[in-house]
Design a protein around this ligand. Structure first.
Ligand code: ZN
Length: 306
């Protein structure tokens, strides 16, 4: 079992403190003028994260949204921070419909190619497959991309990371990926669940066995961000802390700490980690579990089709 970074495969125990869901590069027609596309700003953010003890960042930018794999290779070399990149597709609204029509027939092939050979013209391989659900439902595009993701998982062993729109539709995703398409629940990572801070739902989802990646704060999600610590503690008290991950999910240049207004990647280690450590008697162990031990299991795979 190894983690596939843009510089090569890494033993899980070498991952260290991990930002399990973030973006160094991201560009979408849905967010005009908010492109995250500056390698110098990305390097500054990675260095600020590393100064606080951060060792690995997982970029969830999927195919076609400006993920810049070759720039990730340069950033990993320049900063020493491990970077894991994603293949996969986001929601349909992020793409030109004509491009999607051309991609659909070869989606599985594209994902497998990026996981096992190279992402585009770069030297880097992807280490996970990112797909996306819709608000409280799965549309035909989501079903199509998740089916291809499951096929690519079965061909390669890669983990599948899922964008949950405002934290909804988690059980629908698990029904499809794990129920219909036979992906083991522990190979699925559900993102943004904390944006729907319903602790009964969180427990029901966690009991089905996936990893759950909670996000740090953002202006768009301020209404639910303050429940993050409660959500973490509630799952820990239910005995489900082994499945928890944390990411800063920086999707705008403004949200970067080093070059914008923050909170950015450093928030995870400067603000959130000490609060988790202080929260409970075994808080320090809980923080290590969430930031180090769980990501090592979530992102390690028994890679096939090399
Ligand atoms: Zn994201």
């Amino acid at each position: 079992m190894v983690v596939r970074t843009v510089l090569g495969d890494l033993a899980p125990e070498d991952l260290g403190v991990t930002d399990a869901h973030d973006h160094l590069f991201f560009r979408s027609p849905l967010l005009p003028g908010q492109e995250v596309d500056d390698p110098d700003a990305a390097a500054a953010e990675l260095r600020a994260f590393a100064e606080l003890g951060g060792r690995t960042v997982v970029q969830w930018t999927p195919f076609g949204l400006g993920g810049r794999p070759q720039a990730l290779v340069a950033l990993a070399r320049a900063t020493g921070v491990n970077i894991v990149a994603a293949t996969g597709l986001h929601q349909a609204a992020h793409y030109d419909p004509n491009d999607l029509d051309a991609l659909y027939p070869r989606l599985t092939e594209l994902f497998v190619e990026e996981l096992t050979h190279a992402m585009g013209e770069s030297d880097a391989r992807a280490g996970l497959i990112k797909v996306a659900a819709e608000y409280h439902h799965l549309d035909p595009h989501a079903r199509r991309t998740m089916t291809a993701a499951a096929e690519a998982h079965h061909a390669t062993g890669a983990p599948i990371a899922v964008h949950l729109e405002l934290g909804t539709a988690a059980l629908d995703v698990l029904d499809l990926l794990c129920g219909e398409l036979d992906v083991p629940p522990a190979r699925v990572i559900l993102g943004h669940l904390n944006r729907s801070p319903d602790q009964r739902m969180h427990r029901a989802v966690a009991k089905a066995g996936p990893f759950i990646s909670f996000d740090g704060p953002s202006r768009a999600n301020h209404a639910t961000d303050w429940r993050l610590l409660d959500s973490i503690v509630a799952l820990a008290e239910a005995g489900l802390a082994d499945q928890l991950l944390l990411g800063a999910d920086t999707t705008t240049a403004r949200a970067r700490a080093a070059t914008g207004e923050g909170p950015g990647m450093p928030f995870l280690l400067r603000d959130l980690r000490p609060r988790i450590e202080r929260e409970r008697e075994r808080g320090a162990a809980l923080a290590t579990k969430i930031l180090v031990e769980n990501p090592a299991r979530a992102f390690a795979a028994d890679w096939r089709a090399d």
